[in-house]
Design a protein around this ligand. Structure first.
Ligand code: C5P
Length: 208
């Protein structure tokens, strides 16, 4: 059975945390699609052509250690605006979305471009200040010496680029459930998302 949960939203809104938790709860595979763009951006920083880098991407590139750095995040949002890069990463994501056994993908264009037929679509947001606070904590814990102001500026630049680009801009699918996690704990956000998945799964059960 194919069953896709598409989670989109701006950086640091909680998509990844919610995605991992849903995958664990429902026994689905999980793909953080941002890693595809980060791995491509990282290769570009190393001097490679972005399109060639996207075409040559391998699964093990997604495990590289430094993909979480702010420099790589910014490079990711630059390569993500190149239509040929997005095209090169399309088939892998589509196949992952429709694999047997269920899949959760989080990103920017999953419900709109990669898998418009997804059974569940969530658009996860949080206020700018809350997202900057969360990402700052995350980066400090990972050993990156950055200020809150730098993180806020990085998010602002990436969100602006992700929303303004011509190909697959960041926006909610018309049928996505909006989830503002600004005032929610992780558990509350996961519970709200899981309730939506359970509702859709229950509606698919044959009657009787
Ligand atoms: O989600 P994450 O912050 O890791 O993504 C890094 C960048 O990759 C984003 O700022 C965005 O430009 C790009 N991206 C995208 N489409 C996706 C996932 C990420 O354009 N599905």
């Amino acid at each position: 059975m194919a069953f896709t949960i598409a989670i989109d939203g701006p950086a640091a809104a909680g998509k990844g945390t919610i995605g991992r938790a849903l995958a664990a709860r429902f026994g689905f595979a999980h793909l953080d699609t941002g890693l595809l763009y980060r791995a491509t951006g990282r290769r570009m920083l190393g001097g490679m052509d972005a399109v060639a880098a996207a075409r040559a991407l391998r699964a093990e590139d997604l495990d590289a250690e430094d993909l979480r750095s702010p420099e790589v995040a910014l490079a990711a949002s630059r390569v993500a605006a190149i239509p040929e890069v997005r095209q090169a990463l399309l088939d892998f994501q589509r196949a992952f979305a429709r694999r047997a056994g269920g899949a959760v993908l989080d990103g920017r264009d999953i419900g709109t471009v990669i898998c418009p037929e997804a059974e569940v679509k969530l658009f996860v947001t949080a206020s700018d200040a809350e997202r900057a606070r969360r990402r700052h904590l995350e980066l400090l814990r990972a050993g990156h010496a950055v200020t809150l102001q730098e993180v806020a500026e990085d998010l602002r630049q990436r969100d602006a680029r992700d929303s303004a680009r011509a190909t697959a801009p960041l926006r909610p699918a018309p049928d996505a459930l909006l989830l503002d996690t600004s005032a929610m704990t992780i558990d509350e956000a996961v519970a709200a998302a899981a309730a939506e998945v359970s509702r859709v799964l229950a509606a698919r059960q044959p009657a009787g």
